[in-house]
Design a protein around this ligand. Sequence first.
Ligand SMILES: [Zn+2]
Length: 153
Amino acid sequence: MGKHHPNPNLVKIHRCYSCEDLAKLYGIHVNTVRGWREEGLSPIDDCKPVLFQGATVAGFLRQRRASGKRPCLPGQIYCLPCRAPKNPAHRMADYVAITDTRGNLQGICPDCERLINRSVGRGGIEPIRGNLEITVRAASLRNDRVRRPPREL
Ligand SMILES: [Zn+2]
């Protein structure tokens, strides 16, 4: 949780930070900080090295955090690329068991058509089912197929 939601209060609003400063402050990779820039974090100016005003960083992180907090309703799966909870296409999802007690609810994002996942305990399907049509699949089936030795001729 911490790394995905860096605490906006860690930056001092009157200070300037380079990408490296922010990476160090939050214990994250400098490329993650560069990614923030693509997500909309504006530097002070176009000069190098790129510097960010603390207040801008705090505002950016606060907004990002708020948008990340959008919870999934029953029947929804969070789409990372779209950064929003989605109702899977055709209201269909597969429950793929990972262990006896946990698995992934998988569907297709109706907007970007990517596979979207929601981790769920087996007993936890009902509360989040919503109006989804859920097919329970055993993951081991797939593994068996992979592990099967090549047929001898
Ligand atoms: Zn999507």
